[in-house]
Design a protein around this ligand. Structure first.
Ligand code: SF4
Ligand code: SF4
Length: 408
């Protein structure tokens, strides 16, 4: 391990959090401060600890690692912060630093990372989860990791209505034609947890273009988030190389999309990969962003009321809020939810590592969904969908949770 690089990361994190003047504007928007009410759970508290660590004022103990791990990386604080302190990025850098000092990532994260970097193993895991679902044994699986997947078949009557009369896509700087080489980025979460939704995405994309089929590897976000940065960079290089032929790369997973769009920043100082990474990041689009550009209209207008949950990685990671809502308005009736852009508590493996805090955050989300009276809560990230499926179950059938590709 390159220790020089380690300390560079800590110094970088120190520089980022140095801009925090402890004003406290971020406290009310942090979901974790909302459920715990403890300073160390807020961005301000985390920044204070990171600054002390970078300045040598405190030792890199297990307690410090616990503080930096207890973060949803939801960026709600960054959006609100007057100084735009990137607390989430600083936490990822400090995690990497502490992980390297400890001699490597936790065995749990190494195992998960090992699975996710092998497409063959991801496929095998997807098949195993599918068997669990079909046999009805998925309920025994902890943390909702093999959720029942609602499909359009659950709304056969509602989805049998007349074709929607949608509106034209707004003008776009990017030209996408029927001849544009468009590829689908198959995210691990979509493939393992929501294969029906992933199949719907592919079907929708095929109506707009002749789709390039690529066997990509994981986007690397789980590796980046848990101290496996070298593996993240290796996965990134594989994906950059693989998609060089494509002109557009579409993702139906907010987390993959946000990660892929930001890859260029990780290669900015690498002359061998800088331009290739920038070209790759520049052609990644979220599914709804792409569909808006090509003027896609939902297949049918259903007699269903939808509400929408903004994935953190879509609203704050990519600044996308309008396209999914416009698609839902064209696909049925739409009602806005209170605090639609507040994290659901999923945050990758956060809901597994901290189930109590995640459940408290989700409970607020469930109440907000129920208040809308919507029959379906829709989102664009498998991580959120796992959480929302749990909320749907707890609602006693008041609503269902679906991926956007299943309803448009
Ligand atoms: S990224 Fe989210 S969870 Fe982490 S400190 Fe900021 S608001 Fe809180
Ligand atoms: S992170 Fe930003 S909003 Fe929060 S205390 Fe620091 S400067 Fe204020």
């Amino acid at each position: 391990m390159d220790k020089r690089k380690d300390h560079e990361l800590l110094r970088e994190a120190g520089k980022m959090v140095d801009r925090c003047d402890r004003c406290g504007t971020c406290l009310p928007v942090c979901p974790l401060f909302g459920v715990k009410g403890v300073e160390a759970t807020s961005a301000r508290g985390k920044n204070t600890i990171a600054r002390a660590l970078a300045g040598g004022g405190i030792e890199p103990t297990r307690e410090v690692l616990d503080v930096v791990n207890f973060c949803l990386l939801c960026r709600a604080c960054v959006d609100t912060c007057p100084a735009k302190v990137p607390t989430d990025e600083a936490m990822v850098d400090v995690r990497q630093h502490l992980t390297d000092l400890a001699g490597g990532a936790d065995v749990k994260y190494r195992l998960i990372g090992g699975v996710l970097k092998r497409p063959g193993v991801v496929k095998a895991a997807a098949a195993a989860l599918s068997i669990l679902r079909r046999s009805g044994l998925n309920g025994l699986f902890p943390y909702g990791m093999a959720p029942e997947e609602y499909t359009r078949a659950h709304f056969l009557t509602a989805f049998a209505g007349p074709a929607a009369l949608g509106q034209k896509a707004p003008p776009s700087a990017v030209t996408v034609t029927g001849r544009t080489k468009v590829a689908y980025f198959r995210g691990c979460g979509m493939e393992m947890m929501f294969p029906e939704a992933a199949a719907q995405t592919r079907d929708i994309l095929k109506t707009t273009t002749s789709l390039l089929v690529k066997q990509n590897v994981c986007c690397g976000l789980p590796h980046l988030a848990h101290g496996l940065r070298e593996e993240f960079l290796s996965l990134a290089r594989q994906n950059i190389r693989l998609f060089e032929e494509a002109e557009v790369v579409v993702s139906d997973c907010a987390s993959c999309g946000a990660t892929l769009k930001h890859l260029s920043s990780f290669f900015a100082d690498d002359p061998a990969w800088r331009d290739r990474a920038a070209a790759f990041s520049g052609k990644v689009m979220d599914l709804t962003e792409y569909l808006e550009k090509v003027g896609y209209l939902p297949r049918q207008k259903a007699d269903v009321v939808f509400t929408y949950h903004d994935p953190c990685h879509l609203v704050r990671g990519q600044g996308i809020t309008r396209p999914p809502r416009e698609l839902l308005k064209a696909a049925g009736s739409f009602v806005e939810m209170k605090e639609a852009d507040v994290c659901c508590g999923g945050a990758g493996s956060f809901h597994v590592d901290y189930p109590d805090a995640a459940a408290q955050i989700l409970e607020k989300k469930r109440r907000n969904i129920e208040k809308t009276g919507a029959a379906v809560v829709v989102t664009g990230c498998p991580g959120c969908l796992i959480q929302l499926a749990k909320a749907a179950k707890a609602s006693d059938g008041k609503f269902k949770a679906m991926h956007i590709s299943q309803v448009i």
